[in-house]
Write a protein that binds this ligand. Sequence first.
Ligand SMILES: Cc1cc2nc3c(=O)[nH]c(=O)nc-3n(C[C@H](O)[C@H](O)[C@H](O)COP(=O)(O)OP(=O)(O)OC[C@H]3O[C@@H](n4cnc5c(N)ncnc54)[C@H](O)[C@@H]3O)c2cc1C
Length: 413
Amino acid sequence: MAQDHGLELPTVVIVGCGFGGLNAARALRRAPVNVLLLDRNNYHLFQPLLYQVATAGLEPEEIARPVRAILRKQKNFDFRLVEVQSVDFAQRRLETSAGPVAYDFLILSHGSETNFFGLDSMQRYGLGLKDIPDAIRVRNRVLTSFEQAMLETDPERRRAMLTFIVVGGGPTGVEMAGALSELIRLVLVKDYPRLNIKDVRILLLEATDKILAAMPERLREAAVKTLWRKWIDVRFNAVVAGFDGELVRLKSGEVIPARTVIWAAGVKARPLVGPPGEGRVRVQPTLQHPEYPEVYIIGDAASLEENGHPLAMVAPVAIQMGRHAARNIRHALRGESLAPFRYRDQGTLATIGRNAAVADVYGIKAKGFLAWVMWLGIHIVQLIGFRNKLFVLVNWAWDYFFYERAARLITRD
Ligand SMILES: Cc1cc2nc3c(=O)[nH]c(=O)nc-3n(C[C@H](O)[C@H](O)[C@H](O)COP(=O)(O)OP(=O)(O)OC[C@H]3O[C@@H](n4cnc5c(N)ncnc54)[C@H](O)[C@@H]3O)c2cc1C
Protein backbone atom coordinates (compact mmCIF):
# COMPACT_ATOMS: atom_id res chain seq x y z
CA MET A 1 0.00 0.00 0.00
CA ALA A 2 3.03 2.24 0.17
CA GLN A 3 2.88 2.60 -3.63
CA ASP A 4 -0.79 3.49 -4.04
CA HIS A 5 -0.49 5.99 -1.29
CA GLY A 6 2.02 8.53 -2.50
CA LEU A 7 4.74 8.75 -5.09
CA GLU A 8 7.82 9.79 -3.21
CA LEU A 9 6.71 10.46 0.33
CA PRO A 10 7.46 7.72 2.86
CA THR A 11 4.44 5.97 4.34
CA VAL A 12 3.94 5.86 8.09
CA VAL A 13 1.52 3.07 8.95
CA ILE A 14 -0.10 3.33 12.38
CA VAL A 15 -1.87 0.31 13.87
CA GLY A 16 -4.65 1.32 16.24
CA CYS A 17 -6.59 4.57 16.56
CA GLY A 18 -6.63 4.55 20.35
CA PHE A 19 -4.98 7.23 22.46
CA GLY A 20 -1.47 6.50 21.17
CA GLY A 21 -2.19 6.01 17.47
CA LEU A 22 -4.54 8.96 17.14
CA ASN A 23 -2.08 11.35 18.74
CA ALA A 24 0.77 10.03 16.61
CA ALA A 25 -1.31 10.57 13.45
CA ARG A 26 -2.21 14.12 14.46
CA ALA A 27 1.40 14.96 15.33
CA LEU A 28 2.45 13.92 11.81
CA ARG A 29 0.01 16.30 10.08
CA ARG A 30 2.75 18.64 8.80
CA ALA A 31 5.43 15.98 8.29
CA PRO A 32 6.48 15.09 4.72
CA VAL A 33 4.88 11.64 4.96
CA ASN A 34 1.67 9.83 4.11
CA VAL A 35 -0.08 8.59 7.22
CA LEU A 36 -2.13 5.41 6.97
CA LEU A 37 -4.08 4.46 10.08
CA LEU A 38 -5.37 0.89 10.41
CA ASP A 39 -7.93 -0.27 12.95
CA ARG A 40 -10.48 -3.05 13.24
CA ASN A 41 -12.96 -0.46 14.54
CA ASN A 42 -13.80 2.74 12.67
CA TYR A 43 -13.82 4.77 15.87
CA HIS A 44 -11.62 6.16 18.59
CA LEU A 45 -12.94 5.00 21.95
CA PHE A 46 -12.63 6.93 25.21
CA GLN A 47 -12.15 3.85 27.41
CA PRO A 48 -12.10 5.74 30.76
CA LEU A 49 -15.88 6.29 30.43
CA LEU A 50 -16.76 2.74 29.33
CA TYR A 51 -18.04 1.93 32.80
CA GLN A 52 -20.69 4.62 32.36
CA VAL A 53 -21.98 2.84 29.25
CA ALA A 54 -21.94 -0.39 31.27
CA THR A 55 -24.06 1.24 33.96
CA ALA A 56 -26.57 2.85 31.56
CA GLY A 57 -25.35 6.41 32.14
CA LEU A 58 -24.09 7.09 28.62
CA GLU A 59 -24.72 5.77 25.13
CA PRO A 60 -21.73 4.24 23.28
CA GLU A 61 -21.67 6.92 20.59
CA GLU A 62 -21.15 9.57 23.27
CA ILE A 63 -17.73 8.19 24.19
CA ALA A 64 -16.56 7.18 20.71
CA ARG A 65 -16.07 9.07 17.47
CA PRO A 66 -15.39 7.89 13.90
CA VAL A 67 -11.72 8.29 13.13
CA ARG A 68 -12.44 9.60 9.64
CA ALA A 69 -14.47 12.43 11.19
CA ILE A 70 -11.72 13.27 13.68
CA LEU A 71 -8.97 13.48 11.06
CA ARG A 72 -10.91 14.47 7.97
CA LYS A 73 -9.11 17.81 7.68
CA GLN A 74 -5.66 16.23 7.77
CA LYS A 75 -4.45 16.19 4.15
CA ASN A 76 -1.79 13.48 4.52
CA PHE A 77 -4.11 11.05 6.34
CA ASP A 78 -6.00 7.96 5.24
CA PHE A 79 -7.72 5.13 7.07
CA ARG A 80 -8.41 1.42 6.44
CA LEU A 81 -10.87 -0.69 8.44
CA VAL A 82 -8.84 -3.90 8.75
CA GLU A 83 -7.75 -6.43 11.33
CA VAL A 84 -3.96 -6.57 11.49
CA GLN A 85 -2.88 -10.20 11.82
CA SER A 86 0.92 -10.12 11.93
CA VAL A 87 4.00 -8.08 11.14
CA ASP A 88 6.79 -9.17 8.80
CA PHE A 89 9.52 -6.88 10.10
CA ALA A 90 12.15 -8.07 7.62
CA GLN A 91 9.91 -7.32 4.62
CA ARG A 92 8.44 -4.15 6.24
CA ARG A 93 4.96 -5.46 5.67
CA LEU A 94 1.80 -6.12 7.68
CA GLU A 95 -0.59 -8.97 7.04
CA THR A 96 -4.16 -7.77 7.39
CA SER A 97 -7.68 -9.08 6.80
CA ALA A 98 -7.61 -7.15 3.48
CA GLY A 99 -4.18 -8.27 2.32
CA PRO A 100 -0.63 -7.03 2.87
CA VAL A 101 0.20 -3.41 3.71
CA ALA A 102 3.75 -2.10 3.20
CA TYR A 103 5.35 0.60 5.35
CA ASP A 104 8.45 2.74 5.56
CA PHE A 105 7.83 3.57 9.21
CA LEU A 106 5.50 1.66 11.49
CA ILE A 107 3.90 2.76 14.74
CA LEU A 108 2.34 -0.12 16.66
CA SER A 109 -0.29 1.15 19.09
CA HIS A 110 -2.65 -1.80 19.18
CA GLY A 111 -3.30 -1.53 22.92
CA SER A 112 -4.12 -4.33 25.33
CA GLU A 113 -6.81 -6.86 26.15
CA THR A 114 -8.45 -8.08 29.36
CA ASN A 115 -6.11 -10.21 31.45
CA PHE A 116 -7.98 -13.09 33.07
CA PHE A 117 -4.69 -14.36 34.56
CA GLY A 118 -5.27 -17.84 33.15
CA LEU A 119 -8.68 -18.25 34.81
CA ASP A 120 -10.50 -19.96 31.93
CA SER A 121 -13.74 -20.18 33.89
CA MET A 122 -13.70 -16.42 34.43
CA GLN A 123 -13.01 -15.79 30.77
CA ARG A 124 -16.02 -17.95 29.97
CA TYR A 125 -18.56 -16.71 32.50
CA GLY A 126 -17.19 -13.38 33.70
CA LEU A 127 -17.62 -10.04 31.96
CA GLY A 128 -14.62 -8.00 30.79
CA LEU A 129 -14.74 -4.25 30.15
CA LYS A 130 -12.50 -3.27 27.27
CA ASP A 131 -14.64 -2.24 24.32
CA ILE A 132 -18.19 -1.14 23.50
CA PRO A 133 -19.62 -4.69 23.09
CA ASP A 134 -18.23 -5.56 26.56
CA ALA A 135 -19.93 -2.52 28.10
CA ILE A 136 -23.25 -3.33 26.43
CA ARG A 137 -22.95 -6.93 27.65
CA VAL A 138 -22.48 -5.72 31.26
CA ARG A 139 -25.44 -3.33 30.92
CA ASN A 140 -27.64 -6.10 29.51
CA ARG A 141 -26.62 -8.52 32.24
CA VAL A 142 -27.23 -6.09 35.12
CA LEU A 143 -30.63 -4.99 33.81
CA THR A 144 -31.64 -8.56 32.88
CA SER A 145 -30.75 -9.75 36.40
CA PHE A 146 -33.41 -7.42 37.80
CA GLU A 147 -36.01 -8.66 35.33
CA GLN A 148 -35.15 -12.30 36.17
CA ALA A 149 -35.25 -11.55 39.88
CA MET A 150 -38.83 -10.31 39.39
CA LEU A 151 -39.76 -13.75 38.02
CA GLU A 152 -37.86 -15.79 40.61
CA THR A 153 -39.83 -17.23 43.52
CA ASP A 154 -36.95 -18.85 45.41
CA PRO A 155 -35.38 -16.22 47.75
CA GLU A 156 -31.87 -17.77 47.66
CA ARG A 157 -31.78 -17.81 43.88
CA ARG A 158 -33.18 -14.27 43.76
CA ARG A 159 -30.43 -13.03 46.09
CA ALA A 160 -27.79 -14.68 43.86
CA MET A 161 -29.29 -12.93 40.83
CA LEU A 162 -29.03 -9.63 42.64
CA THR A 163 -25.43 -10.14 43.78
CA PHE A 164 -22.96 -8.22 41.63
CA ILE A 165 -19.25 -8.81 42.00
CA VAL A 166 -16.59 -6.46 40.67
CA VAL A 167 -13.09 -7.92 40.70
CA GLY A 168 -10.12 -5.54 40.89
CA GLY A 169 -9.62 -2.50 43.10
CA GLY A 170 -7.90 -0.28 40.52
CA PRO A 171 -9.58 2.86 39.17
CA THR A 172 -11.78 0.86 36.74
CA GLY A 173 -13.08 -1.51 39.43
CA VAL A 174 -13.68 1.28 41.93
CA GLU A 175 -15.49 3.46 39.40
CA MET A 176 -17.51 0.50 38.13
CA ALA A 177 -18.61 -0.53 41.64
CA GLY A 178 -19.55 3.06 42.57
CA ALA A 179 -21.57 3.60 39.39
CA LEU A 180 -23.30 0.22 39.73
CA SER A 181 -24.33 1.01 43.28
CA GLU A 182 -25.83 4.36 42.20
CA LEU A 183 -27.61 2.81 39.22
CA ILE A 184 -29.24 0.29 41.53
CA ARG A 185 -29.89 2.38 44.64
CA LEU A 186 -30.91 5.64 43.01
CA VAL A 187 -32.59 4.51 39.78
CA LEU A 188 -33.52 0.81 39.58
CA VAL A 189 -34.98 0.95 43.05
CA LYS A 190 -37.69 3.17 41.51
CA ASP A 191 -38.21 0.83 38.53
CA TYR A 192 -38.59 -2.27 40.72
CA PRO A 193 -40.59 -1.16 43.78
CA ARG A 194 -41.64 -4.79 44.43
CA LEU A 195 -38.05 -6.01 44.82
CA ASN A 196 -36.49 -5.83 48.26
CA ILE A 197 -33.39 -3.62 47.95
CA LYS A 198 -31.89 -5.57 50.87
CA ASP A 199 -31.53 -8.52 48.50
CA VAL A 200 -29.02 -6.53 46.42
CA ARG A 201 -25.33 -7.01 47.19
CA ILE A 202 -22.36 -5.38 45.49
CA LEU A 203 -18.92 -6.73 46.35
CA LEU A 204 -15.59 -5.28 45.28
CA LEU A 205 -12.93 -8.00 45.52
CA GLU A 206 -9.29 -6.90 45.65
CA ALA A 207 -6.49 -9.47 45.69
CA THR A 208 -4.04 -7.28 47.64
CA ASP A 209 -4.45 -5.30 50.85
CA LYS A 210 -5.19 -1.97 49.14
CA ILE A 211 -7.37 -0.44 46.45
CA LEU A 212 -6.19 2.40 44.17
CA ALA A 213 -2.58 1.42 44.88
CA ALA A 214 -1.12 4.43 43.03
CA MET A 215 -2.89 6.90 45.35
CA PRO A 216 -1.55 8.26 48.68
CA GLU A 217 -2.80 6.40 51.76
CA ARG A 218 -5.11 9.24 52.90
CA LEU A 219 -6.99 9.17 49.60
CA ARG A 220 -7.12 5.36 49.52
CA GLU A 221 -8.78 5.35 52.94
CA ALA A 222 -11.23 8.04 51.82
CA ALA A 223 -12.12 5.92 48.78
CA VAL A 224 -12.81 2.83 50.91
CA LYS A 225 -15.05 4.82 53.27
CA THR A 226 -16.97 6.25 50.31
CA LEU A 227 -17.47 2.78 48.85
CA TRP A 228 -18.79 1.51 52.18
CA ARG A 229 -21.17 4.46 52.39
CA LYS A 230 -22.49 3.40 49.00
CA TRP A 231 -23.23 -0.07 50.41
CA ILE A 232 -20.35 -1.72 48.57
CA ASP A 233 -18.76 -4.59 50.44
CA VAL A 234 -15.02 -4.05 49.85
CA ARG A 235 -13.01 -7.23 50.47
CA PHE A 236 -9.21 -7.13 50.67
CA ASN A 237 -6.90 -10.12 50.04
CA ALA A 238 -9.82 -11.74 48.22
CA VAL A 239 -8.27 -13.78 45.43
CA VAL A 240 -10.74 -15.26 42.95
CA ALA A 241 -10.04 -18.88 42.07
CA GLY A 242 -12.95 -19.65 39.74
CA PHE A 243 -16.50 -18.92 38.63
CA ASP A 244 -18.95 -21.39 37.08
CA GLY A 245 -21.68 -18.87 36.25
CA GLU A 246 -23.48 -19.52 39.57
CA LEU A 247 -20.79 -19.58 42.27
CA VAL A 248 -17.63 -17.53 42.73
CA ARG A 249 -14.87 -19.42 44.52
CA LEU A 250 -12.19 -17.55 46.42
CA LYS A 251 -8.73 -18.97 47.17
CA SER A 252 -9.60 -18.80 50.88
CA GLY A 253 -12.28 -21.45 50.25
CA GLU A 254 -15.21 -19.04 50.54
CA VAL A 255 -17.96 -19.50 47.97
CA ILE A 256 -20.24 -16.61 46.96
CA PRO A 257 -23.45 -17.33 45.00
CA ALA A 258 -23.59 -14.73 42.19
CA ARG A 259 -24.54 -14.59 38.51
CA THR A 260 -22.74 -11.41 37.52
CA VAL A 261 -18.99 -11.00 37.84
CA ILE A 262 -17.35 -7.98 36.22
CA TRP A 263 -13.65 -8.55 35.75
CA ALA A 264 -11.66 -5.32 36.11
CA ALA A 265 -8.49 -6.92 37.44
CA GLY A 266 -6.10 -5.92 34.70
CA VAL A 267 -5.04 -5.91 31.07
CA LYS A 268 -2.21 -7.49 29.11
CA ALA A 269 -0.60 -6.72 25.78
CA ARG A 270 -2.30 -8.04 22.68
CA PRO A 271 -0.20 -10.75 21.00
CA LEU A 272 0.30 -8.99 17.66
CA VAL A 273 4.07 -8.91 17.85
CA GLY A 274 5.94 -12.07 18.77
CA PRO A 275 4.52 -15.39 19.87
CA PRO A 276 1.09 -15.59 21.59
CA GLY A 277 1.28 -14.95 25.30
CA GLU A 278 4.32 -12.68 25.02
CA GLY A 279 3.78 -9.52 27.04
CA ARG A 280 4.38 -5.89 26.21
CA VAL A 281 7.34 -5.34 23.89
CA ARG A 282 10.39 -3.84 25.57
CA VAL A 283 11.24 -0.77 23.55
CA GLN A 284 14.32 1.45 23.37
CA PRO A 285 14.11 4.76 25.26
CA THR A 286 13.41 6.33 21.84
CA LEU A 287 10.32 4.02 21.61
CA GLN A 288 11.92 2.07 18.75
CA HIS A 289 11.75 -1.68 18.39
CA PRO A 290 15.04 -3.16 19.69
CA GLU A 291 15.91 -4.70 16.30
CA TYR A 292 13.98 -2.67 13.72
CA PRO A 293 14.64 1.09 14.07
CA GLU A 294 11.86 2.07 11.63
CA VAL A 295 9.32 0.45 14.00
CA TYR A 296 7.98 2.31 17.04
CA ILE A 297 5.83 0.69 19.72
CA ILE A 298 3.75 2.88 22.02
CA GLY A 299 1.01 2.90 24.65
CA ASP A 300 -0.24 -0.26 26.33
CA ALA A 301 1.65 -2.41 23.79
CA ALA A 302 5.04 -1.02 24.85
CA SER A 303 7.09 -1.69 27.94
CA LEU A 304 9.48 1.04 29.06
CA GLU A 305 10.96 1.54 32.50
CA GLU A 306 11.44 4.90 34.16
CA ASN A 307 13.21 5.15 37.54
CA GLY A 308 13.19 1.35 37.77
CA HIS A 309 9.42 0.96 37.27
CA PRO A 310 7.53 0.11 34.08
CA LEU A 311 5.32 2.96 32.90
CA ALA A 312 1.64 2.33 33.65
CA MET A 313 -0.86 1.26 31.00
CA VAL A 314 -2.81 4.52 31.08
CA ALA A 315 -4.01 7.04 28.52
CA PRO A 316 -1.53 9.87 29.26
CA VAL A 317 1.42 7.49 28.67
CA ALA A 318 -0.06 6.42 25.32
CA ILE A 319 -0.83 10.03 24.29
CA GLN A 320 2.65 11.30 25.15
CA MET A 321 4.31 8.29 23.50
CA GLY A 322 2.24 8.84 20.33
CA ARG A 323 3.42 12.43 20.06
CA HIS A 324 6.99 11.43 20.86
CA ALA A 325 7.13 8.65 18.26
CA ALA A 326 5.88 11.15 15.64
CA ARG A 327 8.56 13.64 16.72
CA ASN A 328 11.27 10.99 16.41
CA ILE A 329 10.06 10.01 12.94
CA ARG A 330 10.35 13.67 11.91
CA HIS A 331 13.91 13.70 13.37
CA ALA A 332 14.77 10.50 11.49
CA LEU A 333 13.48 11.97 8.20
CA ARG A 334 15.81 14.94 8.67
CA GLY A 335 18.72 12.68 9.59
CA GLU A 336 18.81 14.08 13.16
CA SER A 337 19.45 12.03 16.28
CA LEU A 338 16.38 10.71 18.11
CA ALA A 339 15.35 11.84 21.59
CA PRO A 340 14.59 9.50 24.52
CA PHE A 341 11.03 9.51 25.86
CA ARG A 342 10.38 11.16 29.23
CA TYR A 343 6.96 10.74 30.83
CA ARG A 344 5.36 13.78 32.44
CA ASP A 345 3.17 12.21 35.11
CA GLN A 346 -0.04 14.16 35.65
CA GLY A 347 -1.25 11.93 38.50
CA THR A 348 -4.37 9.79 38.93
CA LEU A 349 -7.99 10.24 39.85
CA ALA A 350 -11.05 8.07 40.32
CA THR A 351 -14.69 8.90 40.90
CA ILE A 352 -16.96 6.90 43.17
CA GLY A 353 -20.32 8.28 42.11
CA ARG A 354 -22.02 11.63 42.62
CA ASN A 355 -20.06 14.23 44.59
CA ALA A 356 -17.38 11.67 45.44
CA ALA A 357 -13.93 11.18 43.98
CA VAL A 358 -10.27 11.06 44.94
CA ALA A 359 -7.68 12.97 42.93
CA ASP A 360 -3.92 13.29 43.02
CA VAL A 361 -3.30 15.39 39.91
CA TYR A 362 -0.87 18.17 39.00
CA GLY A 363 0.38 18.03 42.61
CA ILE A 364 -3.12 18.67 44.03
CA LYS A 365 -4.48 16.04 46.41
CA ALA A 366 -8.23 16.25 46.88
CA LYS A 367 -11.22 14.14 47.87
CA GLY A 368 -14.99 14.46 47.92
CA PHE A 369 -16.83 17.16 45.98
CA LEU A 370 -13.72 19.12 44.89
CA ALA A 371 -12.09 15.97 43.47
CA TRP A 372 -15.37 15.08 41.76
CA VAL A 373 -15.55 18.48 40.03
CA MET A 374 -11.90 18.05 38.95
CA TRP A 375 -12.76 14.60 37.56
CA LEU A 376 -15.73 15.99 35.61
CA GLY A 377 -13.70 18.85 34.13
CA ILE A 378 -10.72 16.71 33.12
CA HIS A 379 -12.90 14.08 31.44
CA ILE A 380 -14.99 16.59 29.51
CA VAL A 381 -11.85 18.35 28.26
CA GLN A 382 -10.30 15.05 27.15
CA LEU A 383 -13.37 13.73 25.31
CA ILE A 384 -12.98 14.10 21.56
CA GLY A 385 -15.52 16.15 19.63
CA PHE A 386 -17.77 19.05 20.67
CA ARG A 387 -20.93 16.96 20.16
CA ASN A 388 -19.69 14.26 22.51
CA LYS A 389 -18.69 16.81 25.16
CA LEU A 390 -22.12 18.47 24.93
CA PHE A 391 -24.14 15.22 25.03
CA VAL A 392 -22.13 13.83 27.93
CA LEU A 393 -22.55 17.08 29.88
CA VAL A 394 -26.31 17.12 29.25
CA ASN A 395 -26.59 13.45 30.28
CA TRP A 396 -24.58 13.99 33.46
CA ALA A 397 -26.63 17.06 34.39
CA TRP A 398 -29.89 15.15 33.76
CA ASP A 399 -28.76 12.19 35.86
CA TYR A 400 -27.50 14.48 38.61
CA PHE A 401 -30.67 16.50 39.00
CA PHE A 402 -33.27 13.82 38.23
CA TYR A 403 -31.56 10.68 39.58
CA GLU A 404 -31.96 8.98 36.19
CA ARG A 405 -29.99 6.80 33.77
CA ALA A 406 -31.26 7.32 30.25
CA ALA A 407 -29.73 4.25 28.59
CA ARG A 408 -31.54 1.51 30.57
CA LEU A 409 -32.23 -0.65 27.54
CA ILE A 410 -31.78 -4.40 27.37
CA THR A 411 -30.62 -5.12 23.82
CA ARG A 412 -30.00 -8.49 22.23
CA ASP A 413 -26.38 -9.62 21.75
C1 LIG B 1 -12.45 0.28 31.32
C2 LIG B 1 -11.17 1.06 31.21
C3 LIG B 1 -11.02 2.23 31.95
C4 LIG B 1 -9.84 2.96 31.86
N1 LIG B 1 -9.74 4.11 32.58
C5 LIG B 1 -8.64 4.87 32.45
C6 LIG B 1 -8.54 6.11 33.13
O1 LIG B 1 -9.45 6.51 33.87
N2 LIG B 1 -7.42 6.86 32.94
C7 LIG B 1 -6.41 6.43 32.13
O2 LIG B 1 -5.43 7.15 31.98
N3 LIG B 1 -6.45 5.26 31.51
C8 LIG B 1 -7.55 4.47 31.62
N4 LIG B 1 -7.62 3.26 30.97
C9 LIG B 1 -6.45 2.81 30.19
C10 LIG B 1 -6.38 3.50 28.85
O3 LIG B 1 -7.64 3.44 28.20
C11 LIG B 1 -5.31 2.79 28.00
O4 LIG B 1 -4.08 2.88 28.69
C12 LIG B 1 -5.17 3.46 26.65
O5 LIG B 1 -6.37 3.30 25.92
C13 LIG B 1 -4.00 2.86 25.87
O6 LIG B 1 -3.92 3.51 24.63
P1 LIG B 1 -3.36 2.71 23.36
O7 LIG B 1 -3.33 3.69 22.24
O8 LIG B 1 -2.12 2.01 23.72
O9 LIG B 1 -4.43 1.57 23.08
P2 LIG B 1 -6.06 1.66 22.84
O10 LIG B 1 -6.51 3.02 23.24
O11 LIG B 1 -6.57 0.50 23.54
O12 LIG B 1 -6.14 1.52 21.30
C14 LIG B 1 -5.81 0.35 20.61
C15 LIG B 1 -6.49 0.38 19.26
O13 LIG B 1 -5.93 -0.66 18.47
C16 LIG B 1 -6.97 -1.34 17.77
N5 LIG B 1 -6.49 -2.69 17.52
C17 LIG B 1 -6.03 -3.59 18.41
N6 LIG B 1 -5.62 -4.71 17.81
C18 LIG B 1 -5.82 -4.52 16.48
C19 LIG B 1 -5.61 -5.34 15.33
N7 LIG B 1 -5.07 -6.55 15.43
N8 LIG B 1 -5.95 -4.84 14.12
C20 LIG B 1 -6.49 -3.60 13.99
N9 LIG B 1 -6.70 -2.79 15.05
C21 LIG B 1 -6.37 -3.25 16.28
C22 LIG B 1 -8.16 -1.28 18.73
O14 LIG B 1 -9.38 -1.43 18.03
C23 LIG B 1 -7.98 0.11 19.32
O15 LIG B 1 -8.68 1.10 18.60
C24 LIG B 1 -8.79 2.51 31.04
C25 LIG B 1 -8.94 1.34 30.30
C26 LIG B 1 -10.12 0.61 30.38
C27 LIG B 1 -10.28 -0.64 29.58
